[in-house]
Design a protein around this ligand. Structure first.
Ligand code: ZN
Ligand code: MN
Length: 137
């Protein structure tokens, strides 16, 4: 919660709940997902509050936005450079295992490819997750 203080954002109970929900969260939730899981505790909280909080946290570099589905942003509290496996059926997003992060060294922010200095990376690998593989066979 120190992180929140540093941004100068007010520590409202709603914001803290959103931060708590995201801390260590590996599910890459959307704003809708976060709203659904937190709103029972804060019935008066609007979706706009959740959305704006996420935008604020993103602008302050505390979370990352994944642009995977157009029109449905997903959020990742892990702001390190890492890549994702995405299920095309259920839209599950999983971190690519560390040992197969693609040429991670070349893709760090210090890297240069074809003369392009890398500022950020977002590599998406699409497929079917184990559950969807089972149900589609
Ligand atoms: Zn799936
Ligand atoms: Mn991730």
């Amino acid at each position: 919660m120190e992180k929140l203080k540093k941004t100068g954002m007010k520590q409202t109970p709603q914001r803290l709940a959103i931060m708590h929900h995201l801390e260590g969260n590996k599910c890459h939730p959307s704003a809708e997902d976060i709203y659904k899981s937190i709103s029972p505790k804060f019935p008066s909280m609007s979706f706009a509050t959740v959305y704006n909080t996420l935008e604020n946290l993103k602008d302050h570099g505390l979370i990352k936005e994944l642009t995977i589905e157009s029109g449905k942003k997903r959020f990742d509290p892990d702001t390190s450079d890492h890549h994702h496996l995405i299920c095309v059926k259920c839209k599950k997003i999983v971190d690519l295992p560390q040992e197969i992060q693609l040429q991670q060294k070349a893709l760090t922010t210090a890297g240069v490819i074809k003369g392009f200095r890398i500022l950020s990376t977002q590599i998406n690998i699409y497929g079917l997750c184990p559950e969807c593989t089972k149900t589609s066979s």
